[in-house]
Design a protein. Structure first.
Length: 271
């Protein structure tokens, strides 16, 4: 059963049509995959309140410069963060998405922003940006959490509407994160019907990629199986990140500035 209202859950003022489920994650491996570039199609129309939020005059020029590349209008509409909602973001990094979520939930909402101290120690520049972000008045409602991703939320944080992972899911393995433990912790923290949204990208397999769509589909199915094993129910996949022109000639984070990326975003619900 789908539940869409509007970012990481139900935004009465942002309500709009939910994204169509064009998910390769729902296909069996025996099905034929289309070579159509879904990235060129409009899967989800940005909600007017989201566009207004992105146009807020107090947003920084640095954040505005990232909006198009990160497809902020589509992502925020897909996430559907509820006004007054209780949302947690995992692996916030410098807090670009955190601030947008804070704007979406409004003064009556709360945002828990988790960052791994171990990961931030390796990225001093991101730590400085995160500290500066939290000093901004618009982010006063953000509750900072310095915790490792294997146990990302305090045990007294319960009844959340949405949990959103800002780091590509498959990259967690390289950081030694127990993804199963993380997924179970998210399940505990969500209320019944609450949503868990994760992003990921198609990995490189071998020196040449013969069928990007098969790789895209298999990776989305792998993430789906792993998260469902924690007790979640799959809801939908957003295909607006999908880009079949990605040559998959790199496997680093962040990718080269001009590099195309074939990515996906999955939504799960707590039964």
């Amino acid at each position: 059963m789908r539940r869409f209202i509007l970012i990481v859950i139900a935004c009465a003022g942002c309500a709009g049509p939910g994204p169509r489920d064009l998910s390769n994650a729902t296909l069996s491996s025996s099905e034929v995959f289309s070579t159509e570039n879904m990235h060129a199609k409009t899967e989800i129309d940005p909600a007017p309140p989201v566009l207004d939020m992105l146009a807020a005059p107090d947003r920084s020029p640095a954040d505005r410069a990232l909006d198009a590349k990160r497809q902020a209008a589509e992502v925020m509409t897909f996430l559907a963060a509820p006004v007054g909602g209780r949302v947690a973001e995992l692996a916030c990094g410098g807090g670009y998405w955190t601030e947008l979520v804070a704007r979406a939930v409004g003064p009556s909402g709360v945002v828990y922003g988790e960052n791994s101290p171990t990961m931030l120690l390796r990225q001093r520049g991101i730590l400085a940006t995160w500290n500066e972000r939290l000093a901004r008045p618009i982010d006063a409602k953000v509750v900072r959490l310095d915790r490792e991703l294997g146990d990302p939320l305090p045990h007294d944080v319960r009844g959340l509407d949405l949990v959103y992972l800002a780091l590509d899911y498959h990259q967690l393995a390289a950081h030694g994160v127990d993804r199963g433990a993380m997924n179970r912790a998210v399940l505990r923290a969500l209320q019944s019907g609450g949503r868990y949204v994760v992003m990921d990208e198609t990995p490189v397999e071998g020196p040449f990629v013969a069928n990007l769509h098969e790789l895209h589909s298999e990776e989305s199915r792998n993430a789906r199986r792993e998260i469902e094993a924690a007790g979640f129910a799959f809801a939908s996949e957003g295909r607006f990140f999908h880009d079949s022109s990605d040559p998959r000639e790199w496997d680093v984070s962040p990718p080269p500035p001009t590099q195309k990326r074939d990515r996906f975003i999955l939504t799960f619900t707590k039964p």
